[in-house]
Design a protein around this ligand. Structure first.
Ligand code: NAD
Length: 418
């Protein structure tokens, strides 16, 4: 049984660890958060993901998955810790560096290290450099030189294979998506290919590490740019008195047009960050990517203006905000534009705020400290509010009766009820 050690048991690492355990690998999960380690060992999924609960339970009960704070010796190491950007929008790969330092003492000749985290271009080569310094008894391949024959038995393998799943469909997409495998050298790419072939039924494309790094960044900024186009159209439409949702529907009836949905901004852990990685790598050349990022960043402010304008109709506005997460049908609040909007409304003391978010049990700390906000259920929120703001298109909001909404002033940022 091959041993896999996965560092970072979050939205990506935990489903991956559970799936690999179910496929017969012996999996050792590592997280630096003791609460996560404890939850995993008790087969409690600390994140919401369809199908994960059952898979995790059988993985732990089979004995194929256990977690701890420290890595162990393994045949394959997978890094799924976060990459971040600083407040100045610069790449921050400190978590990855920490994870590489943690695994270094456990590497043995022939083992394979896979970086699944989205990273700035050049990171895999940087990792090879760190490993060469940490373990000068091993041969770490590089992109520019081949490993001499004499060093082959001391060689480890290194590849970047960016994760592409969409939360909410993670367990399906881990198996079905195509994957891009960027080896630091040819042999590393082939080794990683052999590993993914054992559980992925999508196509597996081998390339070099730098290309794989930029491929993932390009995928995410492609979406960011296209959402910015839709968001810019929504601003133009508002200015011209045109319904943007009708416009998008009509334009998309053209066989070669596929405009994305406008919304209240772009959130999540990936999209807002990855465009900055490209901008940082090629500041003078990434003009569209940078402009799109700035447009998406300013959209929450535009929505706040709309809400304040509608709230001004009431002496005592009671605003029901439907949804807080960064996208529909998830519990993930990271970088959510809905949170930015609600926080600004609280800071500016715009009415009383009722939050309806069926995927969370408590408000995030940044909001909970205010006294004019309450987490309520849908019925209470709709009964008490005079202004209803749809921020996230959760399925549960689809069936709100038109007769109920008719009695309210509505701001629908998702076009769900229009
Ligand atoms: N979430 C997504 O939708 C998604 C999709 C595709 C790719 N990715 C990539 O995967 C990366 C991870 O995303 P995520 O959503 O799983 O993050 P996450 O925050 O849900 O989980 C990361 C986990 O890593 C742990 N961690 C941090 N540093 C560590 C260390 N040094 N050693 C051990 N554990 C450590 C954290 O405690 C946390 O539990 C992202 O940065 C992104 O690049 C994410």
């Amino acid at each position: 049984m091959e041993k896999v050690c996965i560092l970072g048991l979050g939205y990506i690492g935990l489903p991956t660890a559970s799936l690999l355990a179910a496929k017969g690998f012996s999996v050792h999960g590592v997280d630096k958060n003791p609460k996560v380690v404890d939850a995993v060992n008790k087969s409690y999924p600390h994140i919401h993901e369809p199908g994960l609960s059952n898979l995790l339970e059988s993985a732990v009960h089979s004995g194929n998955l256990m977690a701890s704070l420290e890595p162990v010796h393994a045949d394959i190491f997978i890094i799924t810790v976060p990459s971040l950007i600083t407040d100045e929008h610069l790449p921050d790969i400190a978590h990855i560096k920490e994870a590489i330092h943690a695994i270094a003492p456990y590497l043995t000749p022939g083992c394979l290290i896979i970086i699944e985290t989205t990273v700035p271009v050049g990171t895999t080569e940087k990792i090879a450099g760190w490993l060469s310094q940490l373990r000068n008894d091993l041969i770490i391949p590089s992109m520019t030189s081949t490993v001499p024959k004499a060093g082959k038995e001391k060689q480890v393998f290194l590849a970047h294979c960016p994760e592409r799943v969409s939360p909410g469909r993670t367990l399906i997409e881990l198996v079905e998506n195509s994957r891009v495998i960027g080896g630091i050298d040819q042999l590393s790419g082939q080794k990683a290919h052999m590993f993914y072939k054992r559980f992925v039924c999508g196509e597996l494309f081998i390339t070099n590490a730098r290309t794989a790094e930029l491929t993932k960044l390009a995928e995410n900024s492609f979406r960011d740019v296209n959402i910015a186009f839709a968001n810019e159209l929504s601003l133009i439409c508002a200015n011209l008195g045109i319904n943007v949702w009708e416009l998008v529907k009509l334009a998309n009836s053209h066989p070669r047009v596929s405009i994305l949905d406008p919304g209240p901004g772009v959130g999540g852990h990936c999209l807002p960050k990855d465009s900055w990685f490209i901008k940082h790598a090629a500041p003078e050349l990434s003009k569209i990517i940078h402009t799109a990022r700035k447009i998406n960043d300013c959209i929450p402010n535009e929505i706040i203006v709309q809400i304040k304008c509608k709230a001004a109709c009431f002496q005592e506005p009671v605003i029901a905000c439907l949804g807080l997460t960064y996208k529909s049908n998830t519990d993930d609040l990271r970088e959510s534009p809905a949170i930015k909007i609600v926080k600004q409304l609280l800071d500016e003391k715009v009415g009383k705020i009722l939050i309806i978010e069926p995927h969370i049990n408590a408000l995030p700390k940044t909001l909970a400290k205010h006294d004019r906000i309450k987490l309520v259920d849908l019925q209470e929120g709709l009964t008490q509010a005079n202004l209803v703001v749809l921020l996230v298109a959760h399925d549960t909001f689809k069936n709100i009766g038109k007769n109920i909404l008719k009695e309210k002033v509505v701001v629908d940022t998702r076009g769900m009820w229009l």
